[in-house]
Design a protein around this ligand. Structure first.
Ligand SMILES: [Fe+2]
Length: 138
């Protein structure tokens, strides 16, 4: 069960890595991923961040991880900003560059959480986080 859940996390990293490569190799192919990426960022990723902010971070803040939580909150803000920048890119704007930017932030954030936040979660907390993240509908 837990091994399965950790694959979800790996999938987000894998996806971000592929998008960064794709944006370098073929900007047109990266552009084709824009809507799917936006749907992911505004759906599962937004639910994931909201749940962390409401239920996970306060818990860690109270247990000596205030600095890590501040860093993670900055990542969330940057991700939301980059999501809007991607959504609002002008027709002649550089879509591939904005996709690469979001993907880089996503990779950086999942690595940070994987190294500093997730190891501190109990299995139950982790399960609840994934459950909230993959819940259908927004
Ligand atoms: Fe997060």
């Amino acid at each position: 069960m837990v091994a399965e859940l950790f694959q979800e996390e790996d999938r987000a990293r894998e996806m971000a890595g592929k998008l960064i490569q794709l944006a370098q190799r073929s900007p047109a192919a990266a552009c084709a991923e824009r809507e799917g990426l936006l749907a992911f960022l505004r759906g599962p990723m937004e639910r994931h961040m909201r749940y962390e902010e409401a239920a996970i971070f306060p818990h860690f803040q109270a247990h000596g991880l205030a600095e890590e939580v501040q860093v993670a909150l900055k990542h969330h803000a940057a991700l939301r900003e980059a999501t809007e920048a991607l959504a609002n890119v002008a027709p002649d704007g550089d879509v591939a560059a904005r996709i690469a930017n979001v993907a880089r932030l996503l990779l950086h954030h999942t690595n940070f959480e994987g190294d500093y936040i997730y190891p501190e979660l109990t299995h139950d907390e982790w399960r609840e986080l994934i459950r909230e993240t993959v819940r259908p509908g927004v």
